[in-house]
Design a protein around this ligand. Sequence first.
Ligand SMILES: *[C@@H]1O[C@H](CO)[C@@H](O)[C@H](O)[C@H]1NC(C)=O
Ligand SMILES: *[C@@H]1O[C@H](CO)[C@@H](O)[C@H](O)[C@H]1NC(C)=O
Ligand SMILES: *[C@@H]1O[C@H](CO)[C@@H](O)[C@H](O)[C@H]1NC(C)=O
Length: 148
Amino acid sequence: MLFNFFSLAALASIATTVSAQGSFCPEAARFGNVNVSPSTLSPGETFTVTANLTCAIEKGNTPTFLDYYISATATHTVTGPILIARRTYDNTTSPPIDQFTAVLPNWFYFTDATYSLELQNSFARAGPTGESVITTGGILTPINITGF
Ligand SMILES: *[C@@H]1O[C@H](CO)[C@@H](O)[C@H](O)[C@H]1NC(C)=O
Ligand SMILES: *[C@@H]1O[C@H](CO)[C@@H](O)[C@H](O)[C@H]1NC(C)=O
Ligand SMILES: *[C@@H]1O[C@H](CO)[C@@H](O)[C@H](O)[C@H]1NC(C)=O
């Protein structure tokens, strides 16, 4: 038993080392990374969104479409998410960055809600018969919304 335990521990440690060498991208970045500047916004304000798709592509999740939303969480019901931009991704873009400006819409915001900008990456995957199917994964970055 003791021998088995040490063998398994050794194997696990080798596996961890190999996967760490194989990739610099954390699992959390498998659908990409997104940033907003400025990150504190008022309705009507222009902001810049930058998505970095390096890790999404490295993980095999090359975008077909990129949808950007503002989503909210609160202790009560909030309406949304609201769509900020829907973009078709050109997979020859180098470096693999999707950057654009947008204006924060006038909407029903709440002082007690927590806001995020959400990137939804829709990418193609082969299904069980080889047919290409579009599936989606997302990542959030926090923002503040004030002055409404
Ligand atoms: C995009 O992300 C990759 C992986 O984290 C990083 O190496 C690269 O510098 C980033 N590019 C930009 C323009 O931020
Ligand atoms: C990139 O786009 C081309 C042309 O639309 C397509 O044939 C190819 O499969 C795409 N590659 C990936 C990794 O999505
Ligand atoms: C949101 O506002 C708080 C309080 O001013 C600040 O500490 C935080 O860094 C802001 N977050 C973002 C994403 O700008």
